[in-house]
Design a binder for this molecule. Sequence first.
Ligand code: TYD
Length: 215
Amino acid sequence: MTSDHSVPAAVAPLAGKFISFEGIDGAGKSTHIGFVAELLRAHGKTVVCSREPGGTPLGEALREVLLRQAMHLETEALLMFASRREHMAQVIEPALARGDWVISDRFSDASFAYQGGGRGLDRSRLEALEQWVHPHLQPDLTLLFDVPLDVARARLDATRTLDKFEQEQAAFFAGARQEYLRRAAQFPTRIVVVDSTRSIDATRAALTAIVETLL
Ligand code: TYD
């Protein structure tokens, strides 16, 4: 017999939608988050913009440590997922349950790309953490901003003081980019690769077309 109690809360359908933004540092994702949020608001959606690591007081404290301090690779991966667990409990799941749209500047694909592709952590470790932390939830759409390494590096050097990850060498970013693109091929309906070498206006036009498929 079916009753409400037979459906675990974790797999109950969520009313809102979840979009993650990904890409190597300097790929340009931050430039476009506000644009996509405004596009959704113009369609009457309530939008929650957040980021990882971070998005909660505890997550932001973890971010401070993660972006500044050297640590064991597994510690780094565990803290990324600890921040994510808190972010899901405090922000993402309540927002989706209310019917809001969530935009997160990075989610688990970043752990596969950076700790996996960039630093060499075994993918099975990351898959185990993903299964633990969000077995039933994936973004409805992941926008993967992609540019060649030299373009990303030039943008970074021109625009900011570099954090721990941004100070890494080319081989790290090559590995991260390769893993992002591998995942895009593995999950082609979820992850859309956005060529971010184009002008901002051209990228915005492409984003509008992609996001409108979700509306
Ligand atoms: P980023 O999102 O690029 O923010 P900002 O534009 O303010 O620099 O910075 C977050 C950094 O954290 C980025 O270098 C990628 C890294 N990161 C990981 O290594 N693993 C993860 O799981 C996440 C979410 C981020």
